[in-house]
Design a protein around this ligand. Structure first.
Ligand SMILES: O=C(O)c1cccc(C(=O)CC[C@H]2O[C@@H](n3cnc4c(=O)[nH]cnc43)[C@H](O)[C@@H]2O)c1
Length: 264
């Protein structure tokens, strides 16, 4: 993503335990970039380290943005239990999808495999009486960012295991009909941001379809190009966004300085 900010000059590296912060722009004007790692746990740890260091230095972040590539769900006919009609029936609502090369902005960042498997199906951790499974980025920011980038908005799932079968894709879609994409870091990044009462945004470019494993179908180069272009359009929105919308059930953020923990 640093390429989306080429005009900011070369980044300055600030080493922290376990993660390096790449600082673009001067103090108070800039954007910090981290490669947060693959998977929700490492992404949460890296993001929390950067957030804590900034808070202890008296310059807390105003926003955390998680960007990377993702698998996109194909459009599908919704399963409506107990309702007649074939999958292609006009009476069944269509579930939206996200094609390879497209951009997705999360209006919900949901941990899809955090919970318990039971004989009656999957139970999210919230049904077990603790934790959270969904973080919601500020609505006004999602609207402005989607309009600037042309990204589709919907749920982005966070998984620890990349989906590799049609059955798993269908099961996720049945549990999360608003899901457009799955990736592996958003929920971890969002948990770290929430612990610091900082709002979060997740932007993904689709590199592959969610479904049967097919490495030949990956278009990582195209997705990274789309992500770079999309982030370039997002930058002015981040700079002008005023964190007037408090993060979910938390105090308003103290600083408007944007940060961008990246995961790839
Ligand atoms: O080996 C495979 O079959 C496989 C399939 C898709 C992705 C991977 C990765 O190792 C990607 C890790 C990286 O990319 C994000 N990502 C991209 N596509 C997906 C996906 O379909 N499901 C979950 N994550 C995806 C992820 O956020 C990681 O950062 C391997």
């Amino acid at each position: 993503m640093a390429r989306a900010f080429a005009s900011a000059g070369p980044p300055r590296e600030v080493p922290l335990p376990g993660v390096a912060v790449h600082r673009l722009g001067g103090p108070g004007t800039g954007l910090d970039l981290i490669a947060a790692g693959v998977g929700p746990a490492l992404a949460a740890a890296s993001t929390a380290t950067a957030l804590t260091a900034a808070a202890l230095a008296g310059a807390p972040y105003g926003l955390v943005v998680c960007v990377g590539i993702a698998g996109g769900f194909a459009p599908a006919a919704a399963e409506l239990p107990g309702r007649p009609g074939s999958p292609g029936s006009p009476h069944r609502p269509r579930l939206p999808g996200a094609p390879v090369g497209s951009l997705v902005l999360a209006d919900e960042i949901t941990a899809a495999d955090l919970g318990a498997e039971t004989a009656d199906g999957f139970l999210p951790v919230t049904d077990l009486g603790f934790g959270t499974v969904t973080h919601r980025p500020p609505e006004s920011l999602v609207r402005a960012a989607a309009s600037a980038t042309g990204a589709a908005t919907g749920t982005v799932l966070t998984v620890s295991t990349v989906t590799g079968t049609a059955a798993r894709a269908a099961a996720l879609r049945a549990r999360h009909p608003r899901a457009l994409a799955e990736a592996m870091e958003g929920f971890g990044v969002a948990e770290a941001a929430a612990a610091h009462s900082v709002p979060v945004l997740e932007l993904r470019a689709v590199s592959n379809p969610v479904g049967p494993r097919d490495r030949a179908a990956w278009r990582i180069g195209d997705a990274l190009a789309a992500l770079t272009e999309g982030f370039g359009k997002l930058a002015p929105v981040l700079e002008s966004w005023n964190a007037h919308e408090p993060p979910e059930s938390a105090e308003p953020a103290q600083s408007a300085e944007p940060a961008e923990p990246a995961d790839s």
